[in-house]
Write a protein that binds this ligand. Sequence first.
Ligand SMILES: Cc1cc2nc3c(=O)[nH]c(=O)nc-3n(C[C@H](O)[C@H](O)[C@H](O)COP(=O)(O)OP(=O)(O)OC[C@H]3O[C@@H](n4cnc5c(N)ncnc54)[C@H](O)[C@@H]3O)c2cc1C
Length: 453
Amino acid sequence: MSEEKFDVVIIGGGNAGIGVTGPVRRAGLSVAMIEAHDLGGTCPNRGCTPKKVLVAAGQALHDIERAAQHRIAVSIPSLDWSALIAREKDIIKDIPANLARAMTRRKVEVIKGHGTFAGPNSVRIGNRTLRASHIVIAAGSKPRPLPIPGAEHMITSDDMLSERKRPESIIFIGGGVISLEFGHVYARAGSSVTILEALPQLLPAMDGDAVARLQAESERIGLQISTGVRIERIEASCGRFRVIFTHEGKEKAVEADRVVNGAGRIVDVESLGLAAGQVDHDNGRIGIDSYLRSTSNSRVYVCGDVVPTSPQLSPIATYEGDLVGRNIVEGPKHSPDYAGIATAVYTVPALAAGGLTETAVKAKGLAVEIHVNDMHDWFSARTYAETVAWSKIIVDRSSDRILGAHFVGHAGHELVNIFSLAMKFGIRASALREHIYAYPTFASDIKHMLGHA
Ligand SMILES: Cc1cc2nc3c(=O)[nH]c(=O)nc-3n(C[C@H](O)[C@H](O)[C@H](O)COP(=O)(O)OP(=O)(O)OC[C@H]3O[C@@H](n4cnc5c(N)ncnc54)[C@H](O)[C@@H]3O)c2cc1C
């Protein structure tokens, strides 16, 4: 069997893999991209984009809930779940074909199938072996397997985005982003939603005060949330499921039509054959240097969800992919800078954050001003009848730089980008205070969120 030679072989055609192709093709390198499923990967096909279609429906229900506040009389809304899933599928249906055309224009050879390392500089796909000067692992992530009896009964976000029938009741194991985002949509659509989280706090990486606001709002719309639980087992009976868990020393049980694995996502190491590629990892965490290169095989780069040290977010995957492409072309020169990256949990209303949490700032011993605002009685919040409107902005006392920005509601998922820009490019808090914003907008409240100088 002869080997085919490429300058670059990319395993995975998601945000990260596609991000690599720009710089390497501009430099004229030959590129093969191996993709097992749909081009575009998780974000446009099974993640951000289809999920946002459901979130948008949740937002519409939230707006209808508050119609009376605007003196509008409406009847009780009813969401046709099957039609909503059809709308979601319709919105994303052309993405893989559009991306395939884009890759053809870029002269990237896309090979359909499952790639595994055949050696330190080669990848096997079916009966083909591709030898490459550089191999990029951009293989994304999969739901974290949970070592609990009955784990096989759990469904995943992929299933939630496809099931045409809305479950009347649903239990999420794990209180992370996916559970909260889907939980809000289901609850607003009329399902009974339970979230069971092992740690003391939902969304453990987020600011504790912001999470407390979000939890209160989630409970207001009917989510039943327990933290600090230990899941004992999941039992199936007559098409329904029973989750047995221990909470505050007592064994409890809750039943539902569906149980979801909401325990985060990990790298699918087994299927990549990392050992053959001489790519060292510690339980799925691939060892990398500051240039996103494998520490054990310098021909191999990693980017996207596979990177163990950065958040699993689509813009980060694209950014890291581009950086890896540039490192391949120019030699390892570029290290990622994650300062101030904005993120959002698309509950309705959303929790949004950028930079450091208060806990992280205190752990670093930094001297800071912390501006906390409950904005529910501010004009903008009253105008839109917001159910929650809260912010916490952390400013470095000596440099006047923004160190962290946290929001629940109040268009925080948009405003956080302004703060993220400020953090990255050193725009000071005084400049954000002095800036003239369009009025009245949520952004015009930034002056007040930062208090008085
Ligand atoms: C339900 C859900 C909602 C999300 N919402 C958001 C959001 O709102 N905002 C946000 O920023 N992020 C969100 N994310 C995260 C985001 O989707 C990921 O961070 C992003 O897609 C990662 O890109 P990637 O290229 O690293 O991996 P992926 O997009 O997963 O791409 C990896 C690709 O590699 C392929 N592959 C894997 N192994 C092999 C192999 N051995 N051979 C060939 N191909 C292989 C896979 O088929 C896949 O297409 C969400 C994720 C989920 C699951």
